[in-house]
Design a protein around this ligand. Structure first.
Ligand code: GAR
Length: 209
């Protein structure tokens, strides 16, 4: 059984997609040990509680220094002994110590087709604003392993989504979530839970069933 932690900062629709996929069998061999939010007001925390999943809040604002937060974040994550950390709209930079310790065991969902519209400053609605400003006809979402860079780790899954003529950032964000994020994030977890994902020389291989 793959034990996972899901880290969130906001609405938690990706968390919801994961919980629903576990319930309906789209994700197998997986249990959520804890949901971790940096934001006490995140609706994601409510979603976790409604689902009977343990949820905690740990915010950098409550610590005297970033180093103190990083240390406690790692200590609290370690206490759940998870196999995989899923960043589902988590807006805190992952401490290097954690990346090192959980090498190829942290995955992130990003709302574009990496390497487009990613890196520092590209998160949430900003990604879709940039895609519309550039006039791309196709965008999408990416699930990748987390390394020391921002959105630079090995790519696991991607799914393309068409941009429509009259899209606003909000409308495009919703379409990317519905058509891509809520599908590929649960799918990636299921692939990992069933031992089908390996990383070699920075590239992911997905084994056939
Ligand atoms: C999602 O669109 C996710 O891809 C994005 O934040 C949103 C969270 O929504 N993540 C990033 O931009 C990370 N760089 P949710 O809280 O409803 O799942």
């Amino acid at each position: 059984m793959l034990k996972i932690a899901v880290c969130v900062s906001g609405g938690g629709t990706n968390l919801q997609a994961i919980m629903d996929a576990i319930d309906n069998g789209t994700i197998t061999n997986t249990e959520i040990a804890v949901v971790i939010s940096n934001n006490p007001g995140a609706y994601a925390l409510e979603r976790a509680k409604k689902h009977g999943v343990e949820a905690i809040c740990i915010s950098p604002k409550d610590y005297g220094s970033r180093a103190a937060f990083n240390e406690d974040f790692l200590r609290r994550l370690d206490s759940y002994e998870v196999d995989l950390v899923v960043l589902a709209g988590f807006l805190v930079v992952i401490p290097e110590q954690m990346i090192e310790k959980y090498r190829n065991r942290i995955i992130n969902i990003h709302p574009s087709l990496i390497p487009s519209f990613c890196g520092t400053g590209y998160y949430g609605l900003k990604v879709h604003e940039a895609a519309l400003a550039r006039g791309v006809r196709v965008t999408g979402a990416t699930v990748h392993f987390v390394d020391e860079g921002t959105d630079t780790g090995p790519i696991i899954l991607q799914k393309a989504v068409e941009v429509q003529e009259d899209d606003t950032p909000e409308v495009l964000q919703r379409r990317v979530m519905e058509q891509a994020e809520w599908k590929i994030l649960p799918h990636a977890i299921d692939l990992i839970a069933n031992g089908r994902v390996s990383v070699n020389d920075g590239r992911v291989t997905i084994a056939a069933r």
